[in-house]
Design a protein around this ligand. Structure first.
Ligand code: UN1
Length: 494
């Protein structure tokens, strides 16, 4: 991958990715691929001031016109899908997944353009004669976006596309592990803004930095909403900090996603879905499958098939055609994986796979860990391709085990039994934000609200009515009569 050719085509100035203190290494082989300047506190402050100024102008632009800017951004993404998809491999994902990530951005832009004519409020029947009530959605303010390495740009677009049509400005802190793709996206946004013509300066900006930069964003009174994607530990720091100044937060944190393979499951389909969800992206999606409950009647037919499929999964350089599983992001991720496998072994787990492959980058054979009990390390999220497999006999027990962890992002059941599927989707079934039947827990489309419950943070991004998080709701009552009747029949005659 020739980074400088791609960056040139995407319109990124060479100094932006070759000069600076932050050294960017590719997980593909550990080599240096760029150097990026980290903004200091004063530089971030200036960006926030510009964002606030931009918001004051942008909120008065009609929403369908705001949609035009997002439409132009979508066009840039379409035109540069291939280059950006290659660059998204900065985090080690395969080209197909990199292209999928850019497609996810294009999809949310299309969604947001339509939404720009559909920021619907309500009219509400007033109890008072000569009055009407309505509910109107207004722009909110500056939106701070903190994104993670594993979806270096798509998660930004879920937030930014909605935030912009909703009349907000954005300041984005991408993961310091994947700043190059983020810089390229910023360049594409800048092109779209130039074509748009009169977008306020500083409407959508990027700030490169580490933890302190994120803290500055969270603490700044000008930031009305913090949308943060990452670990539960990060969210536990961000949420209360934002709440302490009564800012809104939208948190998309850890998952410990499960699948239930029921007796009537289509085994072929289940194996494919499990491999993609558990081993794809090297287990580094927040939606990755981590726990599998297999009914005892099919355990001996499903699990050997799964192991066979795992043994032949092509693990290797994602730049090479045919690779399905790329590297872990870094050495620390590899250490976490080995720590988890050691604990699983100490818990009596039988491990298949998990070994490192080669000595450049951190490539691992995805691991299957068969365990008798759902406990200990199984209940923790490890951001690596480890699948814990357990038997179950009764569906209620499987659902209870699935729900017994602190995370609540995504879940699924493989079954051809309608009653089981509906039971799983019912109020007493999965407690997650996402629940699927006959597909894995990962790979969601943008049209639905994305996010989860409990320690996953409760936020919803992307489709459905997630846009409401980016606006403030105003209840309006208008009296068009000459009288002043009070609500609830209260009398106050003066
Ligand atoms: C993430 O891992 O933070 O549903 C996002 C999925 C993707 C998004 C994952 N569409 O797997």
């Amino acid at each position: 991958m020739n980074i400088s050719d791609i960056m040139t085509r995407l319109g990124v100035n060479e100094t932006a990715y070759t000069k600076g203190d932050l050294i960017v290494e590719t997980p593909i082989d550990g080599s240096e691929i760029g150097r990026v300047a980290i903004g200091d506190a004063a530089a971030i402050d200036a960006k926030l001031a510009a964002a606030q100024e931009a918001f004051l102008q942008w909120r008065a632009v009609p929403a369908p016109r705001r949609g035009e800017l997002v439409r132009l951004l979508g066009e840039e993404l379409r035109a540069h899908k291939d280059d950006l998809g290659r660059l998204a491999m900065e985090c080690g994902k395969t080209l197909s997944e990199g292209l999928g990530e850019v497609q996810e951005m294009i999809d949310i832009c299309d969604f947001a353009v339509g939404l720009s004519r559909q920021l619907y409020g309500l009219t509400i029947a007033s109890e008072r004669p000569g009055h009407h009530m309505r509910e109107t959605w207004h722009p909110l303010g500056v939106v701070g976006i903190i994104s993670a390495f594993n979806f270096p740009v798509a998660v930004w677009s879920w937030n930014a596309a909605l935030a912009l049509v909703c009349g907000n400005s954005c300041v984005w802190k991408p993961s310091e592990k994947t700043p190059l793709t983020a810089l390229a996206v910023q360049a594409l946004y800048d092109r779209a803004a130039a074509k748009f013509g009169d977008a306020p300066d500083g409407l959508s900006q990027i700030m490169i930095g580490a933890r302190e930069a994120g803290e500055q964003l969270v603490d700044d009174a000008r930031v009305a909403l913090i949308s943060a994607t990452g670990s539960t530990r990060m969210g536990a720091a961000v949420g209360p900090r934002a709440a302490s100044r009564f800012a809104r937060s939208l948190l998309e944190l850890g998952g410990n996603n499960a699948a239930i393979a029921a007796p009537s499951a289509d085994l072929e389909l289940s194996v494919r879905a499990i491999c993609f969800s558990a081993a794809g992206t090297a287990g580094q999606r927040c939606t990755s499958l981590r726990r599998l409950f297999v009914h005892e009647d099919i355990y001996d037919s499903l699990v050997p098939r799964l192991k066979k499929a795992y043994a032949s999964l092509p693990v290797g350089d994602p730049l090479e055609a045919g690779s399905l599983v790329g590297p872990l992001i870094d050495h620390a991720a590899f250490d976490c994986m080995h720590y988890a496998l050691d604990r699983a072994r100490a818990q009596g787990g039988t491990i298949t796979g998990g070994e490192r492959i080669g000595d450049k980058g951190y490539y691992v054979r995805p691991a299957i860990v068969e365990l008798a009990a759902h406990e200990g390390i199984v209940c923790e999220e490890t951001f690596a391709p480890i699948l814990y497999v357990m038997r179950y006999g009764d569906l209620d027990d499987a659902i209870a085990m699935q729900n017994s962890v602190v995370q609540g992002l995504s879940s699924c059941i493989f079954t051809r039994d309608l009653l089981e599927a509906e039971r799983f989707l019912s109020a007493t079934g999965s407690d997650c934000g996402i629940a699927n039947v006959n597909i894995g827990p990962s790979g969601a489309e943008i049209g639905g609200a994305f996010g989860g419950e409990k320690e996953t943070g409760g936020g919803r991004e992307s489709g459905s009515d997630a846009w409401k998080a980016y606006m403030r709701r105003q209840t309006q009552t208008v009296n068009y009569s000459p009288d002043l009747p009070l609500a609830q029949g209260v009398k106050f005659d003066v």
